[in-house]
Ligand binder design. Structure first.
Ligand code: AMP
Length: 299
């Protein structure tokens, strides 16, 4: 497995691979790799001849009060995991080096970045779209794989790729979960023990919504009322949002759901380190498929 730290070197390697007629699949990450990331590697393997992983804790997607400093950076363990999983190349630029001094160019997707995580994290998606653009131009991949865990991010990146005519196929991969259903995240390790057990409430709320839909409920307000009641069972969870949105446009769903609806959740929990400033923000989501004709009449 090759490890590359310089953008110029990566571009040269990409040109060589492309001239040889081989396809490159890229898996952008911020490191601290877990089974969720490795599932993206497997999905990438199925789409191309070479799998390239990028490991870069992107400072421009963190807000001033977010966890940039304490974000884990276990470089050697990450490289070992990539090697074991058959990754062909890791691009791990140095953090000050990937953005040139005086960087002032940004890529921004307008409407899709406004709701959900865009509300509480201004500037976050601008950082994501800018770094992914830089990674696309550095690695010149044919395919790029992102997790559905960050559903809004995936929607934003699909739109960016389409709007800017990037010649890259964007592939979404399903959410990988711990045994108890909690979505894998490098942030889970920061949760206080009691918060870790209450974090199950997110996936539990998705299950409640899915059951409601299976029972024939297709009124958005009824589904969200059941979700909020479930979330309230975890007193340590401070809910940021619980919303039903169109999976493509991310616009609010009509009250009578008539097609697929994204249920998106975000809540923060106390961290093991303690202190109000150090809460751990978790997100989860699921696309629901209501049966509009089985709906009970409104009461
Ligand atoms: P991150 O390193 O957290 O920026 O994530 C890198 C990529 O891994 C993103 O495309 C995420 O959506 C994806 N990812 C993170 N956690 C999971 C998970 N539990 N299941 C599937 N994909 C994930």
């Amino acid at each position: 497995m090759q490890v590359v730290e310089e953008t110029r070197r990566l571009q040269e390697r990409a040109d060589q691979v492309r001239v040889a007629g081989r396809r490159i699949a890229l898996v952008p990450t911020m490191g601290a790799l877990h089974a969720g990331h490795l599932a993206l590697v497997d999905a990438a393997r199925a789409k191309a001849d070479e799998v390239w992983v990028t490991i870069f804790v992107n400072p421009t997607q963190f807000g001033p009060n977010e966890d940039l400093e304490r974000y884990p950076r276990p470089r050697e363990a990450d490289l070992a995991l990539c090697r074991q999983r058959g990754v062909d190349l890791v691009f791990a630029p140095s953090e000050p080096g990937f953005y040139a001094p005086g960087h002032q160019t940004w890529v921004q997707v307008s409407d899709l970045t406004q709701p959900l995580c865009g509300q509480g994290r201004p500037g976050h998606f601008r950082g994501v779209t800018t770094v992914v653009t830089k990674l696309f131009l550095a690695a010149k991949p044919h395919v790029a794989v992102f997790g559905e865990k960050d559903f809004q991010q995936l929607a934003v990146l699909r739109r960016m790729t389409r709007d800017l005519n990037f010649d890259v196929e964007v592939v979404g991969a399903p959410i990988v979960r711990e045994d108890d259903g909690v979505a894998l995240s490098s942030r889970n390790r920061h949760l206080a023990p009691e918060a870790r057990s209450q974090a199950r409430v997110l996936v539990g709320s998705l299950d409640v919504a899915e059951r409601a839909v299976r029972e024939g409920v297709s009124r958005g307000s009824e589904i969200l009322a059941r979700v909020r009641a479930e979330l309230a069972r975890a007193p340590l969870a401070c809910v940021e949002y619980a919303e039903l949105r169109d999976p493509d446009s991310l616009e609010t769903c009509p009250e009578a759901l008539s097609g697929p609806a994204l249920l998106a959740l975000s809540a923060d929990f106390p961290s093991a380190e303690g202190g109000e400033g150090a809460r751990v923000r978790l997100i989860d989501n699921r696309v629901l498929y209501p049966h509009p004709h089985r709906q009970e009449p409104p009461r």
